[in-house]
Design a protein around this ligand. Sequence first.
Ligand code: BG6
Length: 799
Amino acid sequence: MWTVLKLLLLLAVCPAQRGICTEMKEGKETHQAPGHVSVVIVGGTGDLAKKYLWQGFFQLYATQVGSGHTFSFYGGGLSPDAQATPILFNILKNVSCSSDTPVERCALLRDQFLHLAQYRQLKTLEDYKALGQHIQEQLQGEGMVEAGRLFYLSVPEFAYADIADKVNSSCRPASGAWLRVVLEKPFGHDLSSAQMLASKLWGFLKEEEMYRIDHYLGKQVVSNILPFRKVNQKFLEPIWNRHHIERVEIVLKETLDVKGRIPFYDRYGVIRDVLQNHLTEIMTLLTMKVPESLSSSQVVLHNKLQIFSLLQPVETKQAVVGQYQAYNAEVREELNKTSNQFSITPTFAAVMMHIDTPQYDGVPIILSSGKMLDERVSYARVLFKNDVFCVQNPHSIHCKPKQIIFHFGHGTLQRPAVLISKNLFKPELIDEEWRELTEHKDATVLGLPLSDFYAQAPKVEREAYAELIGHILSGRKDCFISAEYLLASWGLWTPLLDSLLSSYPRIYPGGEENGNLLDFHLKRNEIGYVSDDVVIINPEQMGGATAESFQVMQGKFRGDDMVSSWGEELLVRLAMDLEAAAEEAVSEGGAFHLALSGGSSPLALFRRLAEHHCAFPWRETHVWMVDERCMPLRESESNFHSLHEHLLQHIKIPYYNIHPMPVLLNQRLCVEEDGGALLYEKEIAHTVNNSAFHFVLLGMGIDGHTASLFPRDKAHEKHGESMVALTESPVKPHQRMSLTLKAINNAHRVGLLVMGKLKHELLTQVSRVKDLPNKWPVTGVHPVHGKLVWYLDYDALLG
Ligand code: BG6
C-alpha cells in the first residue's frame, strides 16, 4: 500500500542551500513552518522532468530529511495510470545522490523517495478534484499538518491557464498552508501575449503564488554576480563606468542543433529562447546599481527594473542574425512542410545595447547566442580599457586584456568560476562557499592561460534546477521572474523582434566550419558582420530542391532581365552591378550619373556600398534623386536625409556632385509657381549627357507605385515631355517631387529592387499583366534604349 513515510531517521540535515539569487545571506528567507508538502509535477514524464526536475526534487528531499518537512510526490500527465506509471518509475530509479553521500544511505534515500512517489492521470477537472481529495484524506489519515502544495507545470505554455484554473478550483490547500505554482518559459512571445498570459493567470492565482523559472538564475555564478560586485565594491566602484569599461559581453554558445524541438523553436528563435530571458537577466545583474543591502528582494528588483527604463531602444541595425544551414531541412522534416517553404527563424543572434546614463554612456553591451557554433560555453565578461603601451615583452601581465569573466559553465574550464585579470586587482572571495581555483592549470579561458587570472569557484557545484527547487520550498521569490520584470523585458525586446521579422539570417554551415562568418564588428550605434562571404545554401540540406533554385537565379520577368536570390546575396549582387556600371561610365565618359530612390529597401544597399565598395569611383559619381518628399531635407522622413545618413556621409564624394531635389524654394515647399521641378530638370539637362542617367535605382510599393508615381495619377499622360514633376501620394506626406517615366525610361540602365514577402502578391499580379501604368505605374518602366533589370529577393518572388 502506498503511504507516506515519516522520516524519523536522524540523517544529517544538509546545510541550507544558499544559491544567492540576490544574496539572501542576511537570512531573510520567508519563514517556512515545517509540515507536509505535496509536490505535483504536471508533465511528470516529459523531457525536462526526466532530465532535471525529478533529480532536483530528489536532492531537495535528501537535504530536507530531518528538517521537519515530510513529502509526497506526484508525477502527473495526460496518459492513463497503467501506461505512465512504469515510465515514471523508470525515471525515478535513476536519480542520483551527491558524491559525498555514502552508498547505503543513498540507496535508502532513493528507496524512500520511490515509495513517496506515484503517477496520477491529470486530464480533467475530475482528475484534479480527485487529487485534491486524495491529498486531503492522506493528511487527515496520517494526522499531518500541511505546509503547502507545489505544482510544477512542465507543460506547453498554452496549457497553463487551464491547469491554473483547475488547480485553483480543486487543489487549493486549507488556509495556513501555501500554494506555489511553478511555470517554465516561454511566458508569451512578445509584450502583448505575455501581458495576456499574465492577466489570464492572475484570474486563478495570486502573483505571490507564481514562480516563473529562469534556470540561469539558479546557476551559481549568475546568482553570485551581485554578491561578487558587493564584496569587491571598493575595487569595482571606481572602474565600473564608461571611463574604464571598454564593453560588456554576455555570451551563450552551443554546439547542438535544435532537432526535436522545432515546433517550439521555429516559432521563437534564439532571441526569444535565450536572449530575452537568460542573457537579459545577466545584463541587468551586471549593470544595475548594487543596493546597500542585498537582503531586500524589493530593492534588488527595483534596481533591476530601473535598467529597463535607462536602456536605449534597440534598433534593427544593432542586431545581426544567422541561421545554421541545415535548419530548414530540419523544419521541413519536423513540421511536414513542403520544399518551397522557408523559415527565417534565427538560430544565431548578436545584439548591442546601450544604457543612457553618464555611468555607461557609449559602453556597448553585447548579448550573443547561437546553436551549432564551434564550442559550448557561457560567460559574461566585462572588458576594461587598457592604456598601457608595451614597448617590449608583450606577454607581460600589464599588456594583457583587463577583464572580469563570469564563467557560467562548460568551455575548456568545464566549471563555474569568476576570473579577474591579475592586472586589475586581487579580489575578495565571494563568501565561505567559494575558494580559490588552483587546479586546471592548463586550461585557457577566452584564449588566455588560467594563470593570468585570480580565479575563484564554488566549493560544491550545484545544478541550477536543484538550486531553484530548493528556493521554491523556501519561498525565495527573488530567485524567480516577477511579472513586472517579465513585461519590462518583453517591452525592450518586442520592437526589435518586430523589426527583424523580415530580416534574412546569414546562413552558416555550423561548427568549426563557420570560420569567421559570424564575427561582427561594433560601431558606435551599429553592428555588422565582418566578412562579406555569403554561403550558398546546399539544396540537399534545404530539403532536396534543385540546385538552381538556391543559387542566384537569372531569368526573365515581364520580358526583362531578372536576378533573384536571398536578400543579402541579392544586395551583394546589385552593389557589384552598380560598381561595374560606374566603372564603365567613368572609363567611357569620365562621370557616372546615378539616380537613387527613397524607401527602406535600398538602405541596406547604401550601407553595403559605403562599407564594402572602397574602389567605387565616388569622385566621378553624381548622385541624383529619383524622388523626394516635400519637406525640409534635414527631416528624418526626407529621402535625401536617409540617403545622407546611410550613404553620403560615409563616402568621399565631392559636395558639388550631390544633387538633392529643390523641394524648398522661397521658404515654401513644392509650390508649382516656384518651378522647382523645372529647375531640377534644367540641372539634369546641364549636367547629364542627353539627360540620360547611367543608372536609375527604383523600388516598387505594394500599390504598384514606383519613384513617386502613384496609381490613378495618370502620371504618364499628365507629365507629357517633362522629366521632373510634382506628384500626389495617397499617403502622407502627400506632396512629392519625382522623376517622370520619361526621365526613367531615358536611362541607360534601370534597376528595380523588390524585397520582402509583402510584395509577393503584387509581384505575382504584375508578372502576368501587360502595361497598365495608370493602375500600376511600375509597369510603365521600359527604358527606350537602355536595359531594365529586376532584382527580386526570394520572399518577394516566391512568397
Ligand atoms: C534553454 C533554452 O532555456 O537554455 C535552450 O531553451 C538552451 O535552447 C538552454 O540550450 C541553455 O541552457 P544551459 O544551461 O545549457 O546553458
